[in-house]
Design a protein around this ligand. Structure first.
Ligand code: NAD
Ligand code: ZN
Length: 258
């Protein structure tokens, strides 16, 4: 385990083992969490919620029971999050991951984020484990739904097929993860030689199990997170710094071998 050594000029000095791993890796898997979007101004769940929503816990808003009990409240919370994300821009970490996709022949990006910022930065084939704020489906019949106007509505929209309430296509507390991206994430994780866990508190399973699976299969696991997490003790390396500083340094190390 190690931390990075800021050199004082804003650059990050990385241990040789990490630089070598980044240079020689053949199949890289990256798992991102809310921390990767923090530098874009999108709050993580562990951060205090701001303003209007400061008195609510995400656990009390992101569930089927909450939506059934107070649909308008939950809808408005998601509308607020969509507005916030729409105004945000991808940051240096998102852009570095897009660059990695071009550099490595075998590269898989798995995210727990629902903000679509990886795709806006240019990443493709992103495995979204927890859904997306900008997709909708029916609470009753599960069919995809489109919503034209979600601002300032007085009630939640109804499904055109069955009349049920339309909900965000997000994995809520107590729900299963979508099987396709999860299976693809597990497959890639089993076959990678370098696994980066970035900006995730590593407490939400099954996503938190992916770095453990990678280690079990012999991959090197590097965590990038300014704080200690449940993964910090088991990962071979923990770089306690911001994703927006560390990821460009990894790309630089890969592009400049000498
Ligand atoms: P989390 O909120 O539990 O943890 C975020 C982690 O990011 C923390 O460990 C924190 O130390 C770290 N962090 C903060 N700033 C960072 C930075 N600049 N660089 C690197 N790391 C940084 O997030 P989680 O583990 O992703 O789990 C929370 C759940 O909430 C997920 O299911 C996710 O879908 C959802 N969520 C998504 C978003 C989003 O899409 N942007 C935002 C909030 C929550
Ligand atoms: Zn329906």
């Amino acid at each position: 385990m190690t931390g990075s050594n800021p050199t004082g000029d804003g650059a990050i000095s990385l241990p040789a083992e990490i630089i070598n791993a980044v240079r020689w890796a053949e199949h890289v898997v990256v798992l991102t969490g809310a921390g990767v979007s923090a530098e874009s101004g999108v709050p993580t769940f562990r951060d205090a919620q701001t303003g209007l929503w400061a008195t609510y816990k995400p656990e009390d808003l992101a569930s089927v029971a909450a939506y059934r009990a107070t649909p308008k409240l939950v809808w408005d919370w998601y509308a607020w999050r969509r507005e916030l994300v729409t105004q945000a821009q991808p940051n240096a970490a998102h852009l570095a991951l897009t660059a990695m996709q071009d550099i490595y022949t075998n590269f898989t990006l798995i995210t727990q984020n629902v903000d679509g910022l990886h795709q806006r930065a240019g990443s493709h084939d992103v495995l979204e484990l927890h859904g997306n704020l900008f997709r909708y489906k029916c609470l009753l019949c599960d069919q995809p739904a489109t919503v034209d106007e979600w601002r300032h509505r007085s009630d939640v929209p109804a499904c055109i097929h069955c009349g049920g309430a339309v909900r965000p296509d997000i994995v809520w507390f107590g729900e299963m993860l979508p099987s396709r991206p999860l299976a693809a994430a597990q497959f890639a994780t089993r076959h990678c030689d370098l696994f980066l866990a970035i900006g995730t508190s590593s407490v939400v399973f099954p996503a938190a199990g992916l770095p453990l699976l990678a280690m079990e299969k012999g991959a090197l696991v590097i965590e990038i997170n300014p704080s200690e997490t449940d993964l910090s003790d088991s990962a071979q390396f923990s770089i306690h710094d911001k994703a927006g500083a560390v990821l460009p340094a990894l790309v630089h190390a890969k592009r400049n071998p000498n």
